[in-house]
Design a protein around this ligand. Sequence first.
Ligand code: SF4
Length: 380
Amino acid sequence: MRDKGKATGNEHPEVNNASLLIERIRGNDFRIKQGRVEIFLAREFGFCYGVERAVTYAYETRAKFPDRRIFLTDEIIHNPRVNKELRELGIQFLSGAAACGVSTADLTAKDIVVMPAFGLPVEALKKYQERGCVIVDTTCGSVMSVWRRVESYARDGFTSVIHGKYDHEETRATCSRAGKYIVIKDTEQAKLVCEQIRGPGNRDSFPGKFGDVCSAGFDPEQDLGKIGFANQTTMLMSESVEISGMLRAALATRYGEAEAEDRFRHFDTICSATQDRQDAIRELGEKGMDLILVIGGYKSSNTGHLAGIASGYARSFHIEDADCLLSAEKISHRGIDTHVITETVDWLPAGPVRIGITAGASTPNRVVEEVIERLVKITG
Ligand code: SF4
């Protein structure tokens, strides 16, 4: 077992993300059979390049500055295990559930602030810069490419329509760089926006339906004439494509086909890691599983989407880690549609069973390994 007191950072197990068991299963065509259970791993799962880099930077920062105060603005990625291990290394959180109580005003030039993989809103970054802190920027390059896109829309007088979750850190960071924007989370909200574009819609009720997900002073009549479409990097690709098509069609109805060409810009900003994991879970589902376990933090957007895709193929459970497998009879999981953490009995079929496994982009291989070991244990 690792001596937590001696951990310095860069030798930490999460950094190299190694798992002998996972390597063995990969080498065996992504499957392993143990007793009555046959486990199939998705061909792409777990840590993505952006998460791996962010976590590595955090540990390297600890190793390089053993005596300095190091802060994370909030969770570095949406995985409870990784965040807990960073706290054990003495890295403190400035906000969120694990906030240490130190405020931005308490920070000094000697302090180090590590930005998360999802990036930071411009105003927040400015505050840390004003305190003179050393900033370690772990923002993923794929997130920055969304920022460049919305900045270019703003420069050219286009309103960014962002397919994303407004309360997600990445989308808030993107909005802060977008000038005029509106965030839509799904096709239902996209329909309302399209009604307005085809308009004139009900201008008074429009902002109320979207809460505070528009830029200040957003005027649906004025601000939806020229649209630049972008997405949070971890959204469901098929839904993004559908929403983009809906917006383009609404502009064509209002202004005519030729003019719509000049009034609509689109750039697919879903990252390749998200796409690869979504493709891989479909491939796994098509092989015919009895059930699928999707492993990842309950706040992880990309894990939630993987669970949604998996449930289209087989009975699926979104679990956070091995502790969720309470027994062969009972499982603790987050409802895929309800988003409520619940317990389900009789989740594991009797007799021979084919179980598919995937994991979100912020899930270390060690967590996947522990789930497999627990599965084998509870099935005898
Ligand atoms: S999910 Fe994509 S955008 Fe997010 S950190 Fe990973 S690679 Fe970067």
